[in-house]
Design a protein around this ligand. Structure first.
Ligand code: A2P
Length: 273
């Protein structure tokens, strides 16, 4: 790093004002052999809206960056950045990323973007955040943002995974929120995690699409079925999950929104390395 480079940036990164900055890994936590989270330094110039994604990566042996899109899992007010990642044994990035340790360097893109943001939805009463697998990441950001609770009376996060262990991140994060100095009082009575598994027996089972179609989700939560006058939704998961869930939103009369034209639901594919 050159003597006058801002903290967290290498001379190489500075050479390209559009290229990624080099950040330091602060913490790593592995949940299963398929899932882990990590925290890195956040450059002062890095601004994003809770729910957005950014490019993350590592430098290859040939000196070129290897980058993939990752939802930022920490809220926009946090001084550090958090990410939630899958480990793909043959994945060019994740097979290396899963070995990172505190003190290691990772690359961070400069242009966060995305549609899973509160501004892409019109005002409503109840906000659903539907997620499968690592699709919980953008919601890990949004459930820690006070703005979410200022805009909605009720916030329902659904997370569906194959096994119980894969729900550890969402369960721990949401359980800890009641003691959070910033949103602790806001989540009380407003935020619900609806967690289900599909392959391992647990208290609640089934794909979220089936639970919506059968009406079980709504009876379990004690809320009326989806209604475009009151309900807003965000969804993040596999391409198939998004397509199936989108069809159910449209059937319920909700229309898809974007940053340019806010409406009643927004979608984003969960990114895999
Ligand atoms: P299932 O076990 O029935 O495939 P993955 O680990 O493959 O990313 O999947 C995460 C979760 O998403 C799993 O519980 C999986 O259920 C569920 N899932 C996969 N495809 C869909 C879909 N089209 N609609 C709803 N849920 C889905």
């Amino acid at each position: 790093m050159s003597a006058d480079a801002p903290a967290g940036q290498t001379a190489a990164a500075n050479a390209n004002p559009n290229g990624p900055t080099e950040e330091t890994v602060l913490a790593v936590e592995h949940f299963t052999d398929r899932l882990f989270r990590f925290r890195i330094t956040r450059p002062r110039s890095f601004r994003f809206r809770s729910g957005e994604f950014v490019m993350i990566g590592l430098m290859k042996d040939d000196g070129k960056p290897l980058l993939r899109a990752y939802s930022v899992a920490s809220p926009s007010w946090d001084e550090e950045l958090e990410f939630y990642s899958i480990k793909v044994p043959d994945g060019p990035l994740t097979s290396r990323l899963e070995a990172i340790q505190p003190g290691d360097k990772v690359l961070l893109g400069r242009k966060p973007t995305g549609t899973l943001v509160l501004d892409a939805l019109t005002p409503g009463k109840r906000l659903y955040m539907f997620s499968t697998g690592t699709g919980f990441a953008p919601f890990a950001s949004l459930v820690r943002d006070p703005d979410t609770y200022e805009r909605y009376e009720q916030v329902i996060v659904t997370h569906t995974c194959r096994d119980v262990a894969e729900l550890t991140y969402s369960k721990n994060l949401i359980a800890a929120l009641k003691d959070d100095p910033l949103v602790g009082e806001m989540v009380d009575g407003k935020l619900t995690l609806y967690a289900t598994t599909t392959r391992q027996p647990s208290e609640r089972m089934g794909r979220i699409t089936s639970l919506i179609e059968s009406g079980q989700l709504f009876s379990d939560l004690g809320v009326p079925p989806l209604d475009p006058t009151t309900d807003r939704a965000m969804m993040c998961g596999s391409m198939e999950m998004i397509q199936d869930l989108k069809a159910l939103m449209l059937k319920a009369g909700l229309t898809e929104g974007s940053n340019a034209a806010p409406a009643e639901f927004v979608i984003e594919k969960a990114f895999a390395g």
